[in-house]
Design a protein around this ligand. Sequence first.
Ligand code: ATP
Length: 726
Amino acid sequence: MYLKSIELSGFKSFAKKNVFEFNTPISSIVGPNGSGKSNVAEAFRFVLGEQSIKSMRGKKGEDLIWNGATSEPRANRASVKVTFDNSRKIFDIDFPEVSIERVVHRDGLNEYLINGSQMRLKDIIELLAGAHIGASGHHIISQGEADKVVSANPKDRKAMVEDALGLKLYQYKKAESERKLKKTFENVAQVKALRKEIAPHLRFLEKQVEKLAKTEGLREDLVKLALEYFKREDSYITSAKKEIEEERKPLSASLAKLEKELAEAKEVLAEQGSQEKKEYLILELEKELSASRAIKDASSRELGRVEGLMDAQSSIVRKQQELAASNEHKVIPLKDVEALYKEIEIEKDAPGILERIKAKFLNFLKERRETVASNIIEEAKKYIEELREEKLGVERKQKDAEEKEKKLQADYETLKKEVERAKDSDSSAQIAVFRIMSEENSIRSKLSLLKAREEKVGLEETEFKRELTEIGHLAGGDVLKYGGLEFSKEEGRVNQEERKRTLGRLKIRLEDSSIAGAEEVKKEHLETSERDAFLARELLDLEKSAESLNGLIKDLEDRLATEFKTGLQNINEKFDKLFTSMFGGGEAHLTLVKNELPVEEGEEGEKVEEGLDIKVSLPKKKIRNLMMLSGGERALTSIALIFAISQVNPPPFIILDETDAALDESNSKKYGDLVELLSEKSQLILITHNRETMSRAGVIYGVTMSGNGISKLLSISFDEAVEVAK
Ligand code: ATP
């Protein structure tokens, strides 16, 4: 047994949580009309991923949620959970039990869970398809759908049979592969278009690159020749400069020497020019000399006079000192005597005048003895001092005069000698100047020749550098690496000139063949060819994957065809058997029909639609088509076909909602027998009002609905069921 239980919560009339346990091969759900039995069948459709709300008798998701009643407010969500036993691994997941749950919210949002984990609808569908259960519901026959398989058109009928045969999974895979193939073809077209788009540009770049290779060859030739040319030119210029310098050095030295000699000779000549001036100067000097001598002599005489005065004063001093010592010839100035007399005159009448005069006189004498002489001495000494000062001045004057005389004398003698000498060298200096000048001229002309050579080499050097820059720009920095090269062969300038001409020609060719932005061109060519190669690889991969997809589609088609063919054979076998047993004879089978469809504009070939027709013949009745069958006969044919299909490829469970509604008692019995037969391979859930059908069930669930509109579940006995079903 695979199906374990279904739990409804807030789903339609099941306002509260209700769990149906399915632990017998046949379970029956019974109850009065409108109690909510069909809601259980729809709960199965819902939880298995049904997307058509219409097939669950609703318009929108909200219609599936308990809508509320006076006793029970409406729910915000409806959830249904179905649980399977997976111990026999009917589902390809590693759980012993698998529960699938779907929840719908009032805003229409759906949630899907597998064992409590959120999943996508796609995951649910894939999981169920693997177990041969699907929302398409070939194993869920809703109320009134019993003759769906009979009344459907051939195309839909074929789809139902394919679904029941489990071919949906292959069809799904085929459709998926076709979708991928279509996408692959689109990608192929896209990649081809991309390659086509870049092809002309790639061709252009290839040509450019070829041209660049030629240019590279020319550049290499140019570099090779330029290296030799530059090396030889550099050596030539260096040695030419060195040669010139070596030749110039002694010439410059000689010239410097000659210039010095010339200056000296000219100096001599210049001196001759100033001879007369010198003679005049000699006369002047002589004059100054005698003036100086006169000053010296006058000073000498002055000195004698001063010294004489000094001697005289010194003898006065001496004499006065001697006199003072003797008192015999002391001189008293008259004015002093007159002053004494006046004093005495004033006091002549005073008493004791004589005594007083005596005293006064004695005092006068005493004073004069000491002072008179000293006054003279003092004056004389003072005078001597003045004379000494004067003597010093005269002596200085004399000395200055002597020094001046000495200098004048020296100048005089030098001048005198010069004048003498100049007279001798007069003519030889003139000759020397001429000689030096002519030698100088000869050296200067040699130097100017050197200068001309130097200028020529300078021009050659400028040209060399210009060429170096130009070729460097044109052919790259390689041409600058000529330094280490060796060219032993000596040769004339003519070869270099020939080389220069060849270089010129190569330059023009290189310039003509040059492509602007060569590096960019190479880079772009590399990128574009890499992109093209990538696209080519991608195209190959896409073509390979298209090939393998085609193979896969072919395999799937083959498999579908074979399995459909075998499946159809088996179904027909069972169908016929069930049909004859139900109708007590006759025959029934499905036939493959092909219906040609109109070909639309732009489409190629013929369009054929395949379908399945039902061919029946009843015993003793002439039936041309199905429309001629009665309602009961149609129901029986449908049941026979549904059961046949279910027998060929039994699904884990089958739900039959009042499929038995149109059967009479004897057919109900046959129906009951078939149900039991089917239950050997699939679990059966039968919604029924039929007593016979109920009697075949191991468990009977009663669904009731009280006045509040809520469906309720009861597990009941057969007798109760018969009662409830009424
Ligand atoms: P019958 O035997 O006549 O076929 P049934 O037992 O199969 O009847 P259902 O058709 O399953 O009955 O149930 C229909 C009932 O479910 C109705 O009473 C309807 O009002 C109720 N119902 C449907 N949708 C909702 C909903 N969203 N909320 C509440 N009740 C709902």
